[in-house]
Design a protein around this ligand. Structure first.
Ligand code: ZN
Length: 103
């Protein structure tokens, strides 16, 4: 329960703080882009079962592999909004990774 709350407060909280601190003028837009990177969790639909509470996403789902994470890191070197998308994806992986450590 506590872990679930922590998970979602990190998923929303980190993007909010990053957007607010580094993109004061356009934080709403940046926040939306960061949040929309949660769509990578759509790769869970290919898994069987789709949802399993104590499964570690990292290196299980196709968009949560180290190869994918490497690609997200490369995105950081591109122009806006690609670098923001990359940042959001990396934050997502970090939060999922923290989750795995807590299991
Ligand atoms: Zn995920």
């Amino acid at each position: 329960m506590i872990q679930t709350i922590l998970h979602y407060s990190l998923h929303f909280g980190i993007p909010f703080f990053l957007a607010y601190i580094f993109y004061k003028n356009s934080w709403q837009k940046v926040f939306l882009i960061l949040i929309s990177t949660m769509l990578v969790d759509l790769d869970h639909l290919f898994a069987d079962p789709i949802f399993q509470a104590d499964r570690c996403s990292i290196n299980f789902h196709p968009l949560h592999t180290y190869y994918a994470i490497f690609f997200y890191a490369v995105l950081l070197f591109f122009k806006k909004p690609y670098n923001i998308i990359g940042m959001g994806l990396l934050i997502h992986m970090l939060v999922d990774f923290i989750d795995c450590q807590l299991m």
